[in-house]
Design a protein around this ligand. Sequence first.
Ligand code: SF4
Ligand code: SF4
Length: 478
Amino acid sequence: MRPGGQSPCGRASGFAFTALLYIPRGQTNFAGSLRRDMLEQDEIIASIREAGVVGAGGGGFPTCAKLSAKADVLIANGAECEALCYCDQVLMALHARDVLDGLLLAARAVSAKRIILALKGKYEAQVEGFKKFLASAPYDRIELLQLPDVYPVGDEFVLTFEATGRVIPQGGLPIDVGVIVHNVATLHNIARASRGLPVTERMVSVCGEAPRPAVYMVPIGTSFDDLLRACGLTSSKGLSVLDGGVMMGNLVDPGRAWVKKTTSAIVVLSSDSRAIMERSSSLNRVFKISMSVCDQCTFCTELCPRYLLGHNIRPHLIMRRSGFTRALGDGVLAESHFCSECGICSLYSCPLEISPRRVNVFLKQEYPRPRQDGGSTQPRPEYHDRRLPSSRLKARLGVLHLDGPPPTFAGQLEVSKLKVAMQQHVGEAACPIVVVGERVKKGQLIASINKGQLGAPIHAPIDAVVIEVSADIITLER
Ligand code: SF4
Ligand code: SF4
């Protein structure tokens, strides 16, 4: 055991830099903003830190760091706008009260004056479920916002604009306009943390071509293969698996993928579907196709949600320029940093099935991040008319027949073996503090973060024996 010892992972701390990101512009003297309720904020944040809560919507940012800032608006993100993803809808139906409790705790921590619960109006059952609580104290402080069924309304930038009318600056964060956004699953975990319960499990939907689509509550570290088998998929011949939704999920080998705190959906699609082909083509091929056939129709730019919010991102120009130059410092290529990787340009807009998104992902790794200034604080006039209806997107993706109401909640999935990753969050990887052969209890701390580092501790998801420990993974067997 080596609690609080030196991390063997050898990674530099990102705390100072990242924590600063959450200090709003103009709030330079953070200590000076301390309020009388600071002790309470400290207690809330300490419980969240100890429970290992991170952004469950996919970001994985340690929630305690996000709540260390002050914001005047706090938004609960229940939009779940990705195609064939359902876990947040099921979570909101089953744990409405916990979501609201987590929202109030988070609001207290950041001293938010406005608290908004945002979910799509089409989630009628969930809306009705929340309304029952919102009618009386203490939940009557929370505003209910029913969002349109458009993609990507759950993107923090789009959501912040839809909920408050404020445009986050390009390359910025919601806190730059006084807003903090938390996914509803994160809020559920905040409520559990306040009761002393660490993050050991999460809800995951398995949909698409899976024979028996379902939503399960699974221990962190469950293998994708186990989940797929539980949903009736015994052979993945001709099929491919995405960790995440159809638009933004990553192609994975299910035999080598395990549920993390940020895993929300597994989508199974035919390997020759457009969504899979877009991800599986080589980057070289993407560049060649773009250079030879892009006709500069500008559709990719005209429908880009970030462009529509007024940011300086023009994927059609990026595609043209990347065919001629890769010069460092090129202003157009650097615009790729303002891309959210939502996939609209690649999977919806481009008539020639070129992938500006893939090019942007590549360029972001190669090019320095440009200065944040520039871009507008107002959306473009065509913003509202060009929002993309989800049904039209699903039709274009060829997945309408796989869509429908959320699948049944199938309960807890019992598994015998888990592989728990040490890097499930932004920041420092957690450092194992258990040894092979040790017996651990559900909820016991098994990997810690050095004091002062940005990161999140990890707890045993089940009663188990430790059978393998490396700097990356702890393997547990029931
Ligand atoms: S993926 Fe395409 S549409 Fe989406 S933000 Fe990036 S450039 Fe715009
Ligand atoms: S939509 Fe396709 S063809 Fe049109 S400019 Fe963009 S990448 Fe080129």
